[in-house]
Design a protein around this ligand. Structure first.
Ligand code: GDP
Length: 196
């Protein structure tokens, strides 16, 4: 599929460095260490997203081209404990500027460690998607860290909490990069949003 042909396009430190706002793109967001790089690499069969934890690097929005009109976007990992406050505010400012201005943004994939779902950052992203009507799909990552039954229970709990807090629109699934679990389900969401 097209997602397997993703190729690095550009890193943008600010919104005015983003590629032209045309076609369709899907953005991946998540708290640092949620498993965003691993998920992107698993879904695209490539080493697109370096698992760099260098603060200066992670503030960038990284764009990957699927074709001339479709892109995946790796949003800055948010909430890394060792990053000083001014850099956190810098991230937040650019993230908000991107989210608030990008016409080609078709949907958001929000990644949460299945053992620590619905952090403050996750709730902010859910609030924002609800307020702006932006489709949002949640990957509960590292599902392999829990036994089958516990993972299933965690999924049901997050589905209920999300439905109660943000309505029926948000979808949730289990995901594991090393077990290659949940790939087809996630790719189907991308294909739908990207009109593939
Ligand atoms: P990011 O900061 O959100 O990009 O997170 P990374 O993808 O760099 O992952 C953070 C850590 O979690 C790394 O040590 C990964 O190997 C590990 N990790 C990521 N996804 C999974 C997963 O699905 N299962 C397990 N067991 N570990 C994972």
């Amino acid at each position: 599929g097209l997602c397997q042909q993703a190729a690095f396009l550009i890193s943008a430190a600010k919104v005015d460095q983003c590629p032209p706002d045309e076609g369709l793109e899907v953005a991946f967001a998540g708290r640092s260490n949620a498993g965003k790089s691993s998920a992107l690499n698993t879904l695209t069969h490539a080493s697109l997203a370096r698992t760099s934890k260098t603060p200066g690097r992670t503030q960038l929005l990284n764009f990957f081209a699927l074709d001339g009109q479709r892109r995946l976007v790796d949003l800055p990992g948010y909430g890394y404990a060792k990053v000083p406050i001014p850099l956190k505010l810098h991230w937040q400012k650019h993230l908000e500027a991107y989210l608030g201005s990008r016409n080609s943004l078709a949907g958001l994939i929000l990644l949460m460690d299945i053992r620590h779902p619905l952090t403050e950052f996750d709730r902010l992203m859910l609030d924002w998607s609800q307020a702006s009507g932006m489709p949002l799909h949640i990957l509960l990552t590292k599902a392999d860290k829990l036994a089958f039954g516990a993972a299933k229970n965690a999924l049901l709990k997050v589905q209920k909490d999300v439905r109660d807090g943000w309505g029926e629109e948000v979808s949730v699934q289990l995901f594991s990069a090393p077990k290659r679990q949940g790939i087809d389900e996630a790719l189907a969401v991308l294909a739908n949003w990207l009109e593939l």
